[in-house]
Design a protein around this ligand. Structure first.
Ligand SMILES: Cc1cc2nc3c(=O)[nH]c(=O)nc-3n(C[C@H](O)[C@H](O)[C@H](O)COP(=O)(O)O)c2cc1C
Length: 260
């Protein structure tokens, strides 16, 4: 089949999912448009045609998709539109995230032709999978993209019954959030960068030194963007211990898994 346009739809709080998606896209022979669904106000409906390819990319939070990513992806509709799903995770596991993505995009009228579970640095515990995606990840992601493009070229029609199987269980894991939330120090200069970047609107524009902890998804976007390093995760000691335990348990390198 001939693909007239490629669009990459992504949710990426600290930019790692976006980086992984860009590496995948760099293996395709055509340039892709980007639809960034990370900003708080990015819940826009859109319908894709049957001759387009949509690459969905989201991080894994607690073994499933971050709720705002799932909600925003669900507003997009396909018309038997081929899709690729990438669930980017921090070397622990992607658990039910690929299955959730598969069901979500199929219910929205897309036909997934391939799935990938690539690894990126753990945004909450950055010593886990530090420096990923690296050169080896880039090579594998580009090879995967070429494989997808070849599959699309070989297909005359899309067969919704021939969608690849992915691991995962339904009902999906329940994500109750993490016990770590950002705190703000006196270094805050009220510039508002964190409020502008928070994907769930948990930081008031007129009081950026506060956080609505019930809305916060602990995505780390505010900590990464703060130019005065005024935001950090708390409790620090507990996070350090959790990171140490994660390193011991999940430190062994995992590599891109594909289902095509
Ligand atoms: C709240 C939270 C939960 C996470 N849960 C998982 C998980 O269940 N499994 C895993 O391997 N990585 C997990 N991660 C790591 C992210 O999936 C990974 O770092 C991802 O690349 C972050 O993407 P981003 O930079 O686009 O936000 C989690 C990160 C955060 C912030």
């Amino acid at each position: 089949m001939n693909i007239s346009k490629v669009t990459c739809v992504f949710f990426s709080a600290t930019g790692l999912t976006q980086k992984v998606a860009d590496l995948f896209l760099s293996g395709l022979p055509v340039a892709a448009e980007k639809l960034n669904l990370t900003p708080y106000t990015s819940d826009k409906a859109h319908v894709f045609g049957p001759d387009e390819l949509v690459v969905f990319a989201a991080p894994v939070y607690g073994g499933i998709l971050p709720a705002p990513a799932a909600e925003r992806f669900a507003l997009l509709k396909g018309q038997n539109t081929p899709a690729v799903c990438l669930a980017v995770y921090g070397n622990r596991d992607y658990d039910d995230a690929l299955l959730e993505m598969k069901n979500l995009v199929q219910n929205a009228g897309f036909v997934p032709v391939a799935f990938g579970a690539p690894v990126a640095q753990h945004s909450l515990m950055p010593r886990v999978a530090a420096g990923r995606p690296d050169a080896e990840d880039a090579y594998k992601l580009q090879a995967f993209a070429r494989q997808v493009w070849e599959k699309l070229g070989d297909l005359t029609t899309l067969c919704p019954q021939a969608v690849p199987q992915v691991p995962g269980n339904f009902p999906y894991k329940k994500f109750g959030g993490v016990p770590f939330k950002p705190q703000v120090s006196k270094a805050c200069v009220h510039c508002g960068a964190c409020a502008a970047h928070c994907p769930v609107g948990a930081i008031p524009k007129n009081a950026p030194d506060t956080t609505d902890k019930s809305a916060c998804i602990a995505c780390m976007a505010c900590i990464k963007i703060c130019p005065s390093h005024a935001r950090s995760i708390t409790p620090k000691g507990a996070l350090w211990l959790a990171e140490k335990a994660f390193l011991l348990k999940y430190g062994k390198r995992r590599d891109l898994e594909v289902f095509i």
